[in-house]
Design a protein around this ligand. Structure first.
Ligand code: PHE
Length: 422
C-alpha cells in the first residue's frame, strides 16, 4: 500500500501540473490514478510504462518565460515495491521546475517534464529512457533511484549523447558507464564506510551479521563495502545471508543470524523487504539493532514494520530534522506544495539534481548535449539541500552522510550524527 501522505503529495503534484498546464486530463489522470491505487505487477508492466499516453507533462510559465519549452525527462519507480522512490524524486523535481519557471525559466524558456514509470523493473527502465531520448528528444534525463535501473538505462543516454544525472544511485558502476552519466549523491564505498564506522564507534559492535538482497547491485555492493570497512576497523562478520527482493519468508536466514550472535545486523536493502525482515526478526526474538543504508528511506518503512523498526539506524543523504536553514526552507516549500508531506532524501536529491541541471544549462548557454554535459561536469560548490555538491573527475559527488535512528512512536527518521566525507 502506498502511504496516504506521500500519495497525496505526489498526486497533488500531478494535479497541480494539470491545473497550471491546462493539459488534457484524459492523458494525465490515468497515470496518477494508476500510481496511487494499483500495486504494480511486474508481468503487467511490459510495454505499458513507456507509452507516451502515460507521460505527465509539466510546465508552469507563471513568470511567462517565452519560447519553446526545454523538455527534460525523468524515469522512476512510480509504482511497485519501491514506489515511494520514484514518487518522492518526482515531487522534488516538480518543485524545482515550478520554482525555476516562476523565475522566468532556464535561458528564458519554460522547463517541461516528461516522466515514465519504471515500476522498479530494469527492462522498463531501459524502454522508458529510449522513449525519452528517441521520441521525446529530451535535453537531459534525471533518474533512476535504484542502481540496477540506472545501470540498465544509462547506456542509452551515453550512446545518444544525452546527459543523465541520477539523483540517488550510489553504486560506483553507474557513472562508469561513460562521460554523459553523473550523480549528485555519494557512492557506496563511502556509505559502507560510514555504516561500519557508526557500527564500530557508536554502537560498539564487535560482531556483525549481514543480510543481502542478492538481486540488487546496490545491496551487493554496499554489503561488500560495509564488510571491508567493518573488518578493517577490527570487527568480525559473524554470518552473511542472502535473499531475493520480494521474498516473504526470512526465517531461515534470521535463524542463522540469531545463532551467530551478532551485535548488529547490517541490511543494505530496500524498504519493503527491510520492513518485513524487521517484523520477522523481532518475532524470532532478535533484539539487536539493525543498520541499513539509504534504501531504507521511505515513510513506508515504519508503516510496514511499526515498532519492529524502532531503535534501528540507517545512513542517508539528508535528515528532515537537521537545523540547516536551506533544509528547513526546502521542507517548508515542499510541504506547501504537496499537502503537508515531509520530504524524504529522495525528494531532496531529486530537487538538487534538477537545480544542478538548470544551473548547468544556464552556464552552458545551450541545451545541446555536449555543452550541457561539460557544464554539469564543471559543477563546483553547488549549495544543495543535501549538502555542498562538487562533481569530481569521475562524475560523482563527494559529500558527507548522516545517520538517522528510527525513533519515537510511530518511529520516524531522527538525526543522530554526520559522517564527514573522506
Ligand atoms: N542508493 C540506492 C541505490 O543506489 C537508492 C536510494 C537512494 C534509495 C536514496 C533510497 C534513498 O540503489
Amino acid at each position: 500500500m502506498l502511504s496516504a501522505r506521500m500519495t497525496l503529495g505526489w498526486l497533488a503534484g500531478g494535479l497541480l501540473s494539470l491545473g497550471l498546464l491546462g493539459c488534457d486530463k484524459k492523458q494525465a489522470a490515468p497515470a496518477a490514478n494508476t500510481a496511487a491505487t494499483t500495486p504494480a505487477k511486474p508481468e503487467a508492466a511490459k510495454t505499458e510504462a513507456a507509452k507516451p499516453e502515460s507521460a505527465k507533462s509539466e510546465s508552469a510559465p507563471a513568470a511567462a518565460p517565452s519560447g519553446k519549452a526545454i523538455v527534460i525527462g525523468h524515469f522512476g519507480s512510480l509504482t511497485g515495491s519501491e514506489a515511494t522512490f520514484g514518487q518522492s524524486t518526482s515531487n522534488g523535481i516538480r518543485l524545482a521546475i515550478k520554482e525555476v519557471n516562476a523565475k522566468g525559466g532556464v535561458l528564458g524558456k519554460p522547463i517541461e517534464l516528461k516522466e515514465y514509470d519504471t515500476r522498479g523493473d530494469a527492462g522498463e527502465a531501459k524502454l522508458a529512457v529510449e522513449r525519452l531520448v528517441k521520441s521525446d528528444k529530451v535535453t537531459a534525463v534525471l533518474g533512476e533511484v535504484a542502481s540496477k535501473l540506472s545501470l540498465a538505462a544509462g547506456p542509452v543516454c551515453q550512446e545518444a549523447g544525452v546527459p543523465m544525472i541520477t539523483p540517488s544511485s550510489t553504486n560506483p558502476k553507474v557513472t562508469e558507464i561513460g562521460d554523459y552519466i553523473f550523480r549528485v549523491c555519494f557512492i557506496d564505498p563511502f556509505q559502507g564506510l560510514a555504516g561500519a564506522k557508526f557500527a564500530r564507534e557508536n554502537l560498539k559492535a564487535g560482531k556483525a551479521a549481514v543480510l543481502v538482497d542478492q538481486a540488487q547491485a546496490y545491496a551487493v555492493g554496499l554489503a561488500e563495502q560495509f564488510e571491508l570497512n567493518f573488518t578493517r576497523m577490527g570487527g568480525t562478520i559473524a554470518t552473511k545471508q542472502n535473499y531475493t527482493g520480494g521474498a516473504q519468508d526470512f526465517t531461515s536466514q534470521l535463524t542463522s543470524i540469531r545463532s551467530a550472535g551478532a551485535d548488529v545486523i547490517y541490511i543494505p536493502g530496500y524498504y519493503t523487504d527491510v520492513g518485513n525482515i524487521a517484523i520477522q526478526a523481532r518475532r524470532l526474538g532478535i533484539t539487536k539493532p539493525m543498520l541499513g543504508g539509504d534504501g531504507w528511506d521511505s515513510d513506508q518503512l515504519a508503516k510496514i514494520a511499526g515498532d519492529a523498526i524502532e531503535g534501528s539506524y540507517y545512513t542517508n543523504h539528508y535528515a528532515p530534522d537537521q537545523p540547516d536553514a536551506r533544509v528547513q526552507e526546502f521542507i517548508k516549500a515542499y510541504r506547501a506544495e504537496f499537502g503537508g508531506a515531509t520530504p524524504d532524501g529522495l525528494a531532496a536529491l531529486g530537487y538538487d539534481a534538477a537545480k544542478i541541471l538548470f544551473e548547468s544549462m544556464e552556464r552552458a548557454k545551450s541545451t545541446d548535449g555536449k555543452p550541457v554535459r561539460d557544464a554539469i561536469a564543471a559543477t563546483k560548490d553547488f549549495l544543495g539541500v543535501t549538502g555542498k555538491i562538487t562533481i569530481d573527475a569521475n562524475r560523482n559527488a563527494t559529500k558527507s552522510a548522516v545517520v538517522v535512528e528510527m525513533a519515537g512512536n510511530p518511529p520516524m527518521p531522527t538525526y543522530v550524527t554526520t559522517v564527514e566525507a573522506q
